[in-house]
Design a binder for this molecule. Structure first.
Ligand code: DQA
Length: 142
């Protein structure tokens, strides 16, 4: 069974981007961890990252059409993109929203997510391990 792990803007900079907040794991490391965890759980995990909102919306449509579960870190789009939210609303398999940092401990503008109301659940503040926990939950539900 396929699972898409979708990462939004600036997450390609993991490892060098504000390491005190996001840690030292690079996006390539993160992708490797997710693929390995997925293998253990019987998933074929594909990790993608984009800085282009339309590309992300297209990937969500692809997941909706093929009923693929999604682990989504919408990054900054989380807080204001109704286009992303509307694409998430169309998903036909579970959606887990993940944030590396605890968005509720940070600036006020990060406290609200437009995605959370249409996600099955949200993991925030557990570092990159949050993605692995999301995959484990999806495995419990399959
Ligand atoms: C983030 C939190 C967002 O507020 C921020 O814009 C990101 C990353 C996280 O993983 O903690 O880019 O989604």
């Amino acid at each position: 069974m396929k699972v898409l792990v979708l990462n939004g803007p600036n997450l390609n900079r993991l490892g060098s981007r504000e390491p005190l907040i996001y840690g030292s794991t690079t996006h390539a490391d993160l992708a490797e961890m997710c693929v390995a965890e997925g293998k253990e759980l019987g998933f074929e995990v594909e990790v993608r990252q984009t800085n282009h909102e339309g590309e992300m919306v297209g990937w969500l449509h692809e997941a909706a059409d093929a009923s693929i579960p999604v682990v989504l870190n919408g990054a900054a789009w989380t807080h204001y993109s109704i286009a992303l939210r509307d694409a998430c609303s169309q998903l036909t398999a579970p959606l887990v929203e993940v944030h590396i940092s605890n968005i509720h401990q940070r600036e006020e503008f990060r406290h609200h997510s437009v995605i959370s109301a249409v996600a099955n659940g949200v993991i925030a503040g557990l570092g990159v391990e949050g993605y692995l926990l999301a995959l484990r939950w999806l495995a419990l539900k399959k």
